[in-house]
Write a protein that binds this ligand. Structure first.
Ligand SMILES: CC(=O)N[C@H](C=O)[C@@H](O)[C@H](O)[C@H](O)COP(=O)(O)O
Length: 196
C-alpha cells in the first residue's frame, strides 16, 4: 500500500484515501500528502462498516491520518451516535470529518452535525439509494448546491470524462479507488471490452 501510495503521489495525486492503521502508518512514512483515513470494521448485526465507532477512528488518527472518513448514512450504528462520533473526532482527536453519504438528506444532516467534507462514497451501497451505472452525478450536483462545505466525488469513477464532469459540477476533489488500485477489476474491464 505504501508503494501504491507513492506511485499515486508520483502520478500527481493530491491526497490518499487509505484503510486501516497498518496501511496508514506505512503510507505516512513515505508521503506528506494528506491522508484520508478509514477503518473498515464489520460488526455483527450492522451494515455500517466504514469507521463505525470512535475506537476505529482513534486508531487511524494515531496512525497518521489527517482527516477521518466515516459512514454518515442513516443506518443503525453499533456504538456512538453519528453526532457523538463527529463531536469526539473533533474534540478528542482534533481531526476534520469526511462524511460518506448515500443521498442528499444524509449530507445535510452530516453538515448540521459538524462534518467538514461530504462525499458521495455510499451512493448505491445503502438499500435505499439506487446504484447508478457510473458515478452518481445527480448527488454531486445536489450536494454542491445545498451542503455549503466541500463536496468530494467518490465511487465508480473510471474515465477522465467522468472526473472532469465531477469538477465541472463543483466537486472539490475526486477520489478514484478501484480504477487505480485494483488490477483484477482493471483487467476484467479490458477483457470485457474485447469482442470475442
Ligand atoms: C462502498 C465502499 O465500501 N467504498 C469504499 C470506501 O472507502 C472503497 O471500497 C471504494 O473503493 C472507494 O469508495 C472508492 O470507490 P471506487 O473503488 O468505486 O472508485
Amino acid at each position: 500500500m505504501a508503494a501504491m501510495a507513492l506511485a499515486a503521489q508520483q502520478g500527481g495525486a493530491s491526497g490518499i484515501r487509505a484503510n486501516g492503521a497498518g496501511d496508514i502508518r506505512a503510507i505516512r512514512a513515505v508521503t506528506h500528502l494528506p491522508i484520508i483515513g478509514i477503518n473498515k470494521r464489520w460488526m455483527e448485526g450492522y451494515e455500517v462498516y466504514i469507521t463505525p465507532d470512535f475506537a476505529a477512528a482513534k486508531e487511524v488518527a494515531e496512525a497518521g491520518a489527517d482527516v477521518i472518513a466515516l459512514d454518515a448514512t442513516a443506518r443503525p450504528r453499533p456504538r456512538e451516535s453519528l453526532a457523538e462520533l463527529i463531536g469526539l473526532i473533533h474534540t478528542e482527536l482534533g481531526k476534520p470529518v469526511f462524511a460518506d453519504v448515500s443521498n442528499l438528506n444524509e449530507g445535510l444532516v452530516a453538515v448540521q452535525l459538524g462534518a467538514d467534507y461530504i462525499a458521495t462514497t455510499l451512493s448505491g451501497y445503502t438499500p435505499y439509494s439506487p446504484r447508478t451505472r457510473g458515478p452518481d452525478f445527480d448527488l454531486i450536483r445536489q450536494l454542491v448546491a445545498d451542503v455549503g462545505v466541500p463536496v468530494i466525488a467518490e465511487g465508480r469513477f473510471w474515465t477522465l470524462e467522468e472526473v472532469s464532469k465531477a469538477f465541472d459540477l463543483g466537486a472539490s476533489a475526486v477520489v478514484v479507488g478501484t480504477a487505480i488500485t485494483n488490477p483484477r477489476e482493471i483487467t476484467r474491464r479490458f477483457v470485457q471490452g474485447v469482442p470475442v
